[in-house]
Design a protein around this ligand. Structure first.
Ligand code: 9WN
Length: 429
């Protein structure tokens, strides 16, 4: 490999390519992840993509967040997809989801990284006045979003929010969901997938998974998106480490921004209490024997004992004790050593590891950025730098693909991908 070294000319041409990728994916105020495969605004893609826009056009970056929050539901939820304009290239579209909000959307959310992104944007902004004005204008809506997570998805104050759909986790076919998903019935109607007409089906989730994904989409619609009914009867309920860690970090970042700009109040005090609950409850996801964190199937009260990179995000969240931080750093080193490129989304020694099937092995750059950020802050600079160097090598070798094969470094999934270009601009170049 090139060990992450870039000369100035290469860095300049990669910067130009990344900026062009964002411009090409801009549909006017929001950025699609990539044309064809994902023709709408996705929640966590959009947040990460705003980091990339900050390098070339700060007001466009803030607009990305504004447009994302324009689709917020009255209860505070920020949907996982906003269907601003119709498109026939993606399935399932707005009619299948069936929500009746002013902007058509899905009825689930996605990992809430947006407050963390806003804090980074505020810190790095050249135009401080614009940044402060935007954070002040959006602050209350972001607080609503976080309150929604805690109140709607953890109404019993367990300290751990639940997720209702693998798509909500953003890690669609992670092996962590396999057992829980098996208990969900499949839909009994015919449908035509669109994803496999854009990319090779060997890189995508199986039909048996899609049948269940769609059953859940129908389930939300049949229950009129009623939070209480869904909380009580949803056939799929997970404590997802990715969402829990990203939410925890983002809530802390939200409170820090609020403090900096004098925006905190009783509602943010309440969020601080919820942080404390999570800090204690996270230990119910820790397995002492294997010294690792796992997602939990809430319906069966059992840990999904497969090692995924989501667990490595607990350090980024600041949820680990000093000893756990050391253990997670060692576990990260083990991930790194187990494949040519890092960080594999499922540990390469796991039976369920598949190096090119979506979230069952491949590398995702925004996850690398979060893992490395956490480890660096915790003082494990060597591991963090190694991840950053590997990530740079991937981009050098394969460009801005959706995700990467950890064995070969080959780009997989969609091409010219927004969040990959954005992470390069924000972190690598
Ligand atoms: C469903 C857009 C999204 C990402 C997810 C990724 C994938 C969608 C799909 O693409 O999910 O939301 O149809 O496969 O898993 O993380 O936000 O890039």
């Amino acid at each position: 490999t090139l060990n992450g070294k870039l000369d100035a000319a290469t860095a300049a041409s990669l910067t130009e390519l990344a900026t062009k990728t964002l411009i090409a994916n801009d549909l006017g105020g929001y950025t699609v992840p990539t044309h064809g495969l994902y023709p709408f605004q996705w929640n966590w893609d959009s947040a990460i993509t705003a980091l990339g826009w900050m390098k070339s056009d700060e007001s466009r970056a803030w607009q990305e967040i504004d447009v994302l929050f324009s689709g917020q539901w009255d209860d505070g939820m920020v949907p996982h997809i906003l269907f601003h304009k119709d498109s026939t290239t993606y399935f399932p579209g707005p009619d299948v989801w069936g929500s009746d909000k002013k902007i058509k959307s899905t009825s689930i959310s996605q990992p809430p990284v947006v407050a963390t992104v806003m804090k980074e944007m505020l810190a790095s902004a050249q135009d401080k006045a614009l940044a402060e004005q935007k954070v002040k204008a959006l602050f209350s809506q972001v607080v609503d979003y976080h309150l929604w997570w805690y109140n709607d998805r953890d109404p019993e104050n367990t300290g751990l929010v639940v997720t209702y759909h693998p798509w909500e986790s953003g890690m669609d076919n992670s092996p962590s969901w396999d057992d829980a998903l098996e208990a969900v019935p499949g839909v009994d109607w015919e449908y035509t997938r669109r994803d496999t007409s854009h990319v090779d089906s060997s890189q995508r989730p199986h039909k048996s998974e899609y049948d269940r994904f769609l059953y859940l989409v129908d389930f939300f619609k049949r229950n009129n998106f009623d939070s209480k009914v869904i909380y009580e009867t949803c056939p799929y309920k997970m404590n997802d480490l990715g969402i829990i860690a990203i939410l925890h970090r983002a809530t802390k970042d939200l409170l820090k921004m609020g403090e900096q700009l004098g925006l905190n109040d009783a509602r943010t005090d309440y969020l601080a209490q919820r942080l404390e609950l999570t800090q204690t409850a996270i230990n119910t996801l820790w397995c002492e024997q294997s010294e690792y964190f796992y997602c939990k199937n809430v319906l069966t009260n059992s840990l999904a004992k497969v090692k995924t990179s989501a667990a490595l995000l607990t350090v980024y969240a600041g949820l680990t004790t000093d000893e756990q931080t050391r253990i997670i750093n060692t576990a990260t080193e083990d991930f790194i050593e187990s494949s040519q490129f890092s960080v594999a989304s499922t540990h390469p020694k796991e039976e369920k590891y598949e190096p090119q099937r979506y979230w069952r092995g491949p590398i995702w750059l925004h996850i690398n950025w979060m893992i490395a950020t956490g480890l660096k802050e915790a003082g494990f600079v060597t591991t963090a730098d190694k991840i950053q160097d590997d990530t740079r090598d991937l981009v050098l070798k394969s460009g801005y693909y959706e995700y990467f094969n950890p064995e070969t470094g080959a780009g997989c999934g969609g091409k010219d991908f927004s969040w990959t270009a954005a992470i390069a601009l924000h972190w690598l170049l």
